[in-house]
Ligand binder design. Sequence first.
Ligand code: MN
Length: 231
Amino acid sequence: MSYVVTPPAVVSVPVTGRTERFPVHRIYCVGRNYEEHAKEMGFTGREPPFFFLKPADAIVVADAGQTASIPYPSLTANLHHEIELVVAIGKGGRNIRAEDALTHVFGYAVGLDMTRRDLQSDMKKQGRPWCIGKGYDHSAPIGPITPAAQAGDIPNAAIWIQVNGVDRQRSNVSKLIWNIAETIEHLSAAWELQPGDLIYTGTPEGVGAVVRGDTMTGGVDGLTGIAVKVA
Ligand code: MN
């Protein structure tokens, strides 16, 4: 096969304990999936889950023991961190039932849904798509994927992020409005999930701005943490 332009490289994420990597197909993100974060964004209560996507090449790998670097993005003056549990899909499917959903999970990772909040807010006000606020280049840092069998008790794991060593977000995965299995059920009713899909499951309360020079360190108990510097 030959191509008229150079085909893009396969985006991939390291897997803890394996030399083979996880190839990224799509990045799905869940909006407002922790009650206290929904409230801080001006919403209340449990609404059906909703989704947006980031391009696969928005991934920035923050490998174990290293500090990854992301550039401060263009067009924004309000870059926000959102620490999230990421689910890596190993087996695809449509209309997956919640009771079967965890058999589709390859593993878990710690991710950051970096957000140009000012642009997202403008788009919300105008009823326009969030892409420019959410799906920009380098907007999806992620740590290594831990295979599910080696991960800790993820449904009850602490999740947190510090900026320059100071707590910003600290919660627990048990506070997800739509848990991992329910999220997969809803998502797979709308799209056919494929091996290689990543799901950023939403962020708890405490989102806030970072500026050039800040270092974010985040984690989920039972998974390899991440460190990302804003260059
Ligand atoms: Mn998010």
